[in-house]
Design a protein around this ligand. Structure first.
Ligand code: FAD
Length: 453
């Protein structure tokens, strides 16, 4: 192994793979270092008993041009599967499942929001801009739209994206597009309408926000990226990773396959979660690196539940989210087999369920049989399952799943910039900054590759 590289990429999740893919395309000599024996990070698809299920993210959104580009750049190596029309039928629990309205008519008749708040929303465009840059999402929505919108629209949306708590997340950091709508246009609704009519340039218009997976599941996406990077450009199962600064860049040492490896590169790009960083960057000032780590990752237990003969409620839809105020023990359910092909046997159903999150972390600490009991009780009641006897019942623990962008995030983002300026060639990426969704990760990965010269 020639031991001089242009760049080391630390972490082989979607972000690291995207970074390495685009570095390689630029003709750079790149090496990806991953502590696990497999690539993909939290993305992991599995087949069992006739079901094809995800153990991490279930769906992506074509929400950034970079996400669309990546799929196109992979060409025939992946077959994109856009979710069918069921993606537009989403449910929110308010006693029973209520369909989330999309048009004005549905908005008026829905029982999800109070009549007072429906009138209140008419005045949303006239409310003044927020002045507190650390205003939480809950405070902002209460101020502009009312309590029932917070409880039955924003709260479940945040559960679906962050497994989070709107009273903790700061809009400016967690939903910057929403924050900017208010700051720029003075209104969510007015701003959205203006943006809709504003001509998008061709590239922007390609980010359609469609829900997607790929044939065979999301591991085929990360697998295809890794193939393009080339097996020889990975070190898997890396332990005792340490990076040190040298005169011309960085020196990396780690163990893999009972060997001690020592290599050099001009650049290092980290894409690991925040809590892993300080371990292998001993030369970065404590005060700076500690600020990159100041983020709480909400835990979740993901449950893949499969039935060969479904006997519950109609599953034509995307799935349902369960507002915190409903006092249930599940965060939400996704009807995966209603969205994508070949996920469950014919007449069967594959459902993905989330338990825990930022407000009910204790549930993730329960013994397995107690979590299974929670799932059985809730699913029987909510999904009308008469005889709960699943053919697939898999629990996947994510003890540090989703970073929560609270008020401390500004400091974290600043320290990422400080490191970039203070340590030339060292770039901090990963989901501690720049967003948490797959489309954000790909956008960041491509940006990071662009920073390496
Ligand atoms: C349960 C769950 C469900 C989600 N659902 C969705 C969804 O439906 N849609 C969506 O868009 N997004 C979803 N997300 C978010 C999205 O999946 C992630 O943000 C994204 O996949 C993270 O990719 P990443 O590469 O940044 O991080 P990761 O996937 O965490 O990859 C980081 C990699 O770094 C490696 N690593 C860590 N420490 C070291 C070290 N010291 N040395 C070397 N390697 C190291 C890890 O092993 C890992 O492989 C979900 C996330 C989770 C956890």
């Amino acid at each position: 192994m020639n031991n001089q590289y242009d760049a080391f990429v630390i972490g082989a999740g979607l972000t690291g793979l995207t970074t390495a893919f685009y570095l390689k395309r630029k003709g750079k000599k790149v090496l990806v270092i991953e502590k696990n024996d497999r690539i993909g990070g939290v993305i992991s698809t599995k087949e069992k008993n006739g079901f094809l299920f995800e153990q991490g993210p279930n769906t992506g959104i074509l929400g950034s041009v970079e996400m669309v580009d990546l799929i196109e750049d992979l060409g025939q190596a992946v077959q994109l599967e856009v979710g069918n029309d069921n993606v537009n039928k989403r449910f929110i629990l308010k006693g029973t499942w209520q369909q989330l309205p999309s048009g004005i008519g549905g908005g008026i008749s829905t029982p999800l929001f109070t009549t007072k708040d429906k009138f209140r929303i008419l005045g949303e465009a006239f409310r003044s801009r927020g002045k507190n840059e650390h205003e939480t999402l809950a405070e902002m929505v209460r101020r502009r739209m009312g309590e029932s919108f917070l409880n039955y629209a924003i709260d479940p949306f945040i559960l679906g994206v962050y497994a989070g708590d709107p009273s903790y997340l700061v809009t400016r950091y967690a939903l910057p597009k929403l924050y900017n709508l208010e700051q720029k246009y003075g209104s969510f609704i007015g701003g959205s309408v203006k943006k809709m009519f504003k001509a998008k340039d061709n590239s922007e218009a390609r980010a359609t926000r469609k829900v997607f997976s790929v044939n065979g599941g999301l591991s085929n996406l990360t697998g295809a990226i890794a193939n393009e990077i080339g097996k020889e450009n990975f070190i898997l199962g890396a332990s005792n990773l340490k990076i040190n600064q040298t005169e011309n860049g960085y020196e990396l040492s780690c163990n893999s396959n009972n060997e001690t490896i020592s290599l050099n590169a001009k650049n290092v790009i980290t894409t690991v979660p925040a809590f892993e960083l300080s371990e292998f960057l001993p030369f970065v000032e404590k005060e700076i690196i500690s600020k990159t780590e100041n983020v709480f990752y909400a835990p979740v237990v993901e449950v893949a539940l499969g039935f060969k003969n479904w006997n519950g409620i109609d599953l034509n839809g995307f799935g349902g989210l369960i507002p915190h105020i409903e006092n249930r023990d599940l965060l939400g359910v996704m009807y995966m087999s209603s969205l994508f092909k070949n996920r469950a046997p014919e007449n069967g159903a594959l459902i993905s369920i989330f338990v825990g999150g930022a407000r009910k972390p204790h549930l993730t600490k329960l013994p397995q049989n107690e979590i299974e009991n929670v799932v059985e009780k809730e699913m029987s009641e909510l999904m009308g399952i008469k005889n709960f006897n699943p053919d697939l019942f898999e629990l996947i623990w994510h003890n540090k799943a989703i970073p929560q962008y609270g008020k401390e995030s500004g400091e974290r983002f600043e320290s990422v910039e400080t490191i970039k300026n203070k340590y030339p060639g060292l770039f901090i990426g990963g989901n501690l900054c720049d967003g948490i969704g797959m489309a954000d990760r790909v956008k960041q990965g491509k940006k990071l590759a662009g920073l390496v010269d």
